[in-house]
Design a protein around this ligand. Structure first.
Ligand code: ZN
Length: 169
């Protein structure tokens, strides 16, 4: 934990059960089928220093037509469903994730329209529609700073902030 504090104090550590994570990536890959973007919310509990993911909520489960070739989009009604679900289950939105066709950089739209416009919200982008072997250091990780500003992390930084738990290796 001290190690992470030394890197930065502004980015909370994210813990995800390894099995949940691999299921998430697999679902993103399957839903995108190599031709369209896909995405999901990561739900769980959060404190200032740590966020623990306990389940995921894929966008297609909130809204059948959320996935498109070059973007993902949810309506206000889908967000209402999300908040209802979180309230019923006692969960918070810990982060969101979506795929891109090529790299893991944010689009103009991603920067301008955070899924959750809360300072400290984390958005991940998985490159290549999550095809192939997706490793943490392949992801783009973006922490919302408010006012359409983000702090971006990539490469080994991402694997420092995300801890896959219960991984046998
Ligand atoms: Zn995007």
């Amino acid at each position: 934990m001290n190690f992470f504090k030394a890197v930065t104090t502004s980015v909370p550590l994210l813990e995800v059960p390894a099995q949940l994570w691999s299921g998430l990536i697999q679902n993103l890959r399957n839903q995108g089928a190599g031709v369209r973007e896909s995405g999901a919310f990561l739900l769980g509990q959060k404190t200032n220093s740590c966020r623990v993911v306990t389940r995921t909520l894929p966008y297609e489960q909130l809204q059948a037509d959320a996935l498109h070739d070059d973007y993902v989009a949810l309506t206000a009604a889908s967000f209402a469903k999300l908040w209802n679900f979180c309230r019923q289950e006692g969960l918070s939105v810990v982060a969101d994730v979506h795929t891109h066709r090529f790299g893991a950089g944010q689009s103009l739209s991603d920067r301008a329209n955070p899924m959750i416009a809360l300072t400290g919200h984390i958005a991940f982008i998985v490159p290549r529609f999550a095809q192939g072997n997706v490793r943490l250091q392949n992801l783009g990780m973006y922490v919302y700073q408010g006012n359409h500003r983000w702090t971006a992390y990539s490469g080994s930084d991402v694997s420092q902030f995300v801890r896959l738990t219960g991984d046998p290796k």
